[in-house]
Structure formats: structure tokens, C-alpha cells
Design a protein around this ligand. Structure first.
Ligand SMILES: C[S@@+](CC[C@H](N)C(=O)[O-])C[C@H]1O[C@@H](n2cnc3c(N)ncnc32)[C@H](O)[C@@H]1O
Length: 330
């Protein structure tokens, strides 16, 4: 089934924050439909390296490589590995987190509760699927996932109903799971009752929050002094990671105010400065034409000449509570 092309979110604000110039090397860490990559290639005589872990973006990447000979290439990789590829020092790294409209719209990818398809949800072709999680995790683990990654109030009820339902047979499709969740928690507001459970499974299966944290570390390692980091996020869990990473790297400590300014904490020198403290949000007119933009937030930072922090040495703690890991799935 054909999918609508992805409409790039906050494109003008991204171009403004990235400020690409002739001769720059740009990493578009989330290539998708290449909306940002193409805009960078048009804006300046720069080179763009697109990254994506979804192999289905390849035909679109080939179009760009043909239209901009020698200036564009795609690497199929998780962006957390961007510093392990042969990429020259970089002037701009841009992240546009989450899934693309093409991924959501294609029933066979299994992201959508509105179109029945296999319960997959993987952005790449490898690793466990959402079906594996739903069939194998115990009730407590499912409940924690729905609560933490989905911020679902009825997490326990949803988890219990899944465990009951799977005793009667395989839960193999998005439609089956959506019906089970609807039976468990009912339909009240405007949003589909399965929205949060689907979000939680998607974040889990793609290790989206771990990827984001490690991707920011990899970008820190690749960026030249003066290089710009631009991050567009779509929900609070992602934005919190981006915000905390940037505050940490800019040397901020909690508790600063205009009466008692934040002091730089002891530790490595700041590897980023934050020219703008506040996030940029889409205009009302953009939200009206592209509903996906509604929850977007853009943050940007500029790399200093300090060494990158040792991310391996820092422990990545998922939020609040003990979460299951993908390694638990067969
Ligand atoms: C929101 S779309 C990007 C859309 C793009 N900015 C555009 O204008 O067309 C996100 C893309 O990033 C990819 N992606 C998400 N997480 C990733 C990761 N950790 N590593 C590599 N690619 C990732 C997804 O497969 C998807 O194609």
C-alpha cells in the first residue's frame, strides 16, 4: 500500500538553527523521506550524510544522490553508531526523532492501530518485534512498560488483559492488540484507547530513549568546535533526555535563578553552549496543516572546543523504575 510522503516538521526553524554554509558537512541523523537533507543541499553547497536504520528509505536516498552528485550519501545505521563510520568532522548534526509518516501509514510495518497489520513496529529489519514483547513479557513487565514509556494510567489493566488474551492464542496483529486494549480500558476521550500502549511498545522495541541518549553522545564526538546540534522531539520523554543532556554538557546545575545564578559544577569543561535557553515550537499555521507537528519541540546547541564527555563511563538510567530490556526477549 502506498504511503503519503512525510512532511518535514519545523523546516524553517531547523534551517535557521543549523545555519548551513558552503563547504559544511552535515549529518541528517534521521533521514526518513529526506525533507531536511534536501533542504540543506539546496540551502548551501554543503555535503550531507543521511543516516537511517530503516532500509526502505534507500530509493529516496538514491534520488537525492542522483540529483546532487558527490554531495549526498546514505548510511544504513542506528544513529548511535554515527561516530563509528567514516564521516569527516562535522559542522551540523540534526535529529528529527521518532517514526516517519511512511512507517506509520504502511500497515505491514505494524505501527498503526488504525490499520490492521502484523504486530511488528521495528524501524529496522532486525531484533525482536512488538509481538515478541506482547507474547513473552510477564504482566508486571508489560505494566511497567505501559506506565513508563506510554504514561498510560490504566497500565495494569491493559497488561492483565493482554496476559489473559494470549492464553487463548497468539496476539499477532495490530488490530487484535488494539481490540484487547479497548476491551481493557474502554473508550472515553478523542484519542484511541490503544494510543499509549502502542507508543510504549514502539519506544521499547526500538530502544528509542537509549538510542537518543547514545546518539547525542555520538554527535558530541563527531561535531567540530562551532558545530551546531539541532534536535526535534515529539514527546516529553524524548525532550527530557535532550534537555538534560544539553544542560549537563553546558555545565548547568539545577537551582540557578536570577538571584542565585547557576554555578558551573565541577567536572569536565562544557562541551556545548546553549545560545537559546528556550525551546522553539511550531507556528499555529504549521500545526493546522501538519497535525504531526503539534507536539514538536526544537532545541539547539553549539559545540565548544572542549573534549567530548566519556559516555561509556556515565550510566544511562531509564526513568524512575526498573524496565524490562530487549535482551529478555527470545
Ligand atoms: C521523523 S522521521 C524523519 C523525517 C525527515 N526529517 C524528513 O524530513 O523526511 C525519523 C526517521 O528516523 C529514523 N530513525 C529513528 N530512530 C533512528 C535511530 N536510532 N537510528 C537511525 N535512524 C532512526 C526512522 O527510521 C525514520 O525514518
Amino acid at each position: 500500500m502506498s504511503a503519503r510522503p512525510h512532511i518535514p516538521v519545523m523546516l524553517d526553524a531547523v534551517l535557521d538553527a543549523a545555519a548551513v554554509a558552503d563547504g559544511d558537512t552535515v549529518v541528517d541523523a534521521t533521514f526518513g523521506h529526506g525533507g531536511y537533507s534536501e533542504a540543506f543541499l539546496r540551502a548551501a553547497k554543503c555535503d550531507v550524510v543521511g543516516l537511517d536504520r530503516d532500509p526502505t528509505v534507500q530509493p529516496r536516498a538514491s534520488e537525492l544522490a542522483k540529483a546532487y552528485p558527490g554531495r549526498f550519501r546514505l548510511i544504513e545505521t542506528p544513529f548511535s553508531d554515527m561516530d563509528r563510520h567514516d564521516i569527516p568532522p562535522v559542522d551540523v548534526v540534526v535529529f528529527d526523532i521518532g517514526v516517519s509518516s511512511m512507517q506509520i501509514d504502511r500497515a505491514e510495518r505494524g505501527f498503526s492501530f488504525q490499520k490492521d497489520g502484523p504486530l511488528d513496529m521495528r524501524m529496522s529489519r532486525s531484533g525482536p518485534t512488538a509481538r515478541d514483547a506482547v507474547m513473552q513479557l510477564d504482566e508486571a513487565a508489560l505494566s511497567t512498560l505501559f506506565k513508563v514509556y506510554g504514561e498510560e494510567r490504566h497500565a495494569r489493566r491493559a497488561a492483565r488483559r493482554i496476559v489473559e488474551a494470549r492464553m487463548d492464542g497468539d496476539i499477532a496483529t495490530t488490530g487484535q492488540l488494539a481490540d484487547i486494549i479497548e476491551t481493557a480500558i474502554g473508550r472515553t476521550g478523542k484519542i484511541h484507547p490503544a494510543t499509549r500502549v502502542f507508543q510504549a511498545l514502539r519506544i521499547f522495541i526500538n530502544d528509542e530513549l537509549g538510542e537518543l541518549y547514545r546518539g547525542l553522545c555520538a554527535a558530541e564526538a563527531l561535531l567540530e568546535p562551532g558545530g551546531r546540534l539541532v534536535i526535534v522531539t515529539f514527546h516529553s520523554l524524548e525532550d527530557r533526555i535532550a534537555k538534560q543532556f544539553l544542560r549537563d554538557r553546558a555545565g548547568d546545575v539545577e537551582g540557578g535563578s536570577r538571584y542565585a545564578p547557576a554555578v558551573t559544577r565541577e567536572g569536565p569543561a562544557p562541551s556545548f553552549i546553549l545560545p537559546r535557553r528556550s525551546v522553539v515550537k511550531p507556528s499555529r499555521s504549521e500545526e493546522a496543516v501538519n497535525p504531526r507537528a503539534r507536539s514538536a519541540k526544537l532545541r539547539m546547541a553549539v559545540r565548544t572546543d572542549a573534549s567530548a564527555h566519556d559516555c561509556e563511563a556515565e550510566s544511562w538510567h531509564p526513568p524512575r523504575t526498573e524496565l524490562p530490556t530487549l535482551e529478555r526477549l527470545a
